[in-house]
Design a binder for this molecule. Structure first.
Ligand SMILES: NC(=O)C1=CN([C@@H]2O[C@H](COP(=O)(O)OP(=O)(O)OC[C@H]3O[C@@H](n4cnc5c(N)ncnc54)[C@H](OP(=O)(O)O)[C@@H]3O)[C@@H](O)[C@H]2O)C=CC1
Ligand SMILES: O=C(O)C1=N[C@H](C(=O)O)C[C@H](O)C1
Length: 248
């Protein structure tokens, strides 16, 4: 039997790719495409919804799905701690529903974040550079914010000093946004898709960990895996690493 799937944000760059990936999978059936201004209603009878819209709309869309007992795979950015806490409350009233919020569905990007988290306590300096297509509306990227959070927490737990930085004058913000003590720099360039480099430095050596999504196909294996598994993982999961067995 096929799993019935609805896509929210279906006309967008990611949504349209996800519709294609669902249609190409023998065990999945695309039962609804929803976009801005559409009434989500009963989500076309879907068992699982995939949500790739815009940061301001995503929490409302996900709450709608949870309220109807529909499992959700969420790729939209902007899910800060406050939004996640509200979602956890909503899920406590629907304990059978599974929601995965993942800032990046590319397997290589998940590995990049994990490698950066593990490497960060061994270096004095760490900075994140994310590079994306110029139609992206949010900065820093969700992946960069998550990477900086993981790296910052790992360094805190290991008792690392703050990253060294003698800057005293930065009126233009050239040193980037600081997330969990980690400088994050955002590049927007025509021709790019989604790229990130984590730079680590010690006296006499540097380590660069880079991931490149050259095509949105890079996200589809992760999305389809999540669609297949989300109903078996009730409650809130943050990060695809938990579905890939990388959380041990
Ligand atoms: N987790 C991951 O692996 C990835 C995450 N992303 C994230 O996914 C999100 C979407 O990216 P992308 O596809 O490039 O963006 P797009 O702008 O191409 O697509 C977003 C779509 O959502 C629609 N939309 C706007 N408001 C609503 C609403 N209230 N309900 C439903 N749909 C709505 C937009 O319609 P309209 O244009 O008419 O406003 C548009 O069609 C971003 O947050 C991005 O960062 C992107 C790639 C990978
Ligand atoms: O908007 C994008 O394109 C992407 N958004 C996500 C993010 O903000 O991290 C994932 C990936 O980087 C592509």
């Amino acid at each position: 039997m096929s799993t019935r799937v609805a896509v929210i944000g279906a006309a967008g760059r990611m949504g349209s790719s996800v519709c294609g990936a669902v249609e190409a999978a023998d065990d999945l059936e695309l039962v609804g495409r929803f976009d801005a201004r559409d009434d989500l209603g009963d989500l076309g009878g879907a068992e699982v919804a995939v949500e790739f819209s815009v940061p301001d709309a995503s929490p409302g869309n996900v709450a709608h799905c949870v309220g109807r007992g529909v499992h959700v795979v969420v790729g939209t950015t902007g899910w800060d701690e406050g939004r996640l806490a509200t979602l956890r409350e909503q899920l406590s009233a629907a304990p059978e529903v599974g929601v995965l919020v993942a800032p990046n569905f590319a397997v290589g990007a998940v590995l990049m974040m994990e490698l950066a988290r593990r490497a960060a306590p061994f270096f004095e300096s760490v900075e994140v550079v994310e590079l994306h297509h110029p139609d992206k509306v949010d900065a820093p990227s969700g992946t960069a914010a998550r990477t900086a959070d993981l790296v910052g927490a790992a360094r805190e737990a290991a008792g690392c000093d703050p990253v060294p930085d003698a800057t005293t004058h930065d009126e233009g913000g050239a040193r980037g946004a600081v997330v969990h003590g980690v400088p994050v720099h955002s590049v927007r360039l025509r021709g790019l898709v989604a790229h990130q480099e984590v730079l680590l430095g010690n006296p006499g050596e540097t380590l660069s960990i880079r991931h490149d999504s050259l095509d949105r196909a890079s996200f589809m294996t992760g999305v389809v895996t999540a669609v297949r598994e989300v109903s078996g993982r009730p409650g809130l999961t943050v990060g695809l690493e938990h579905y890939l067995g990388l959380d041990g």
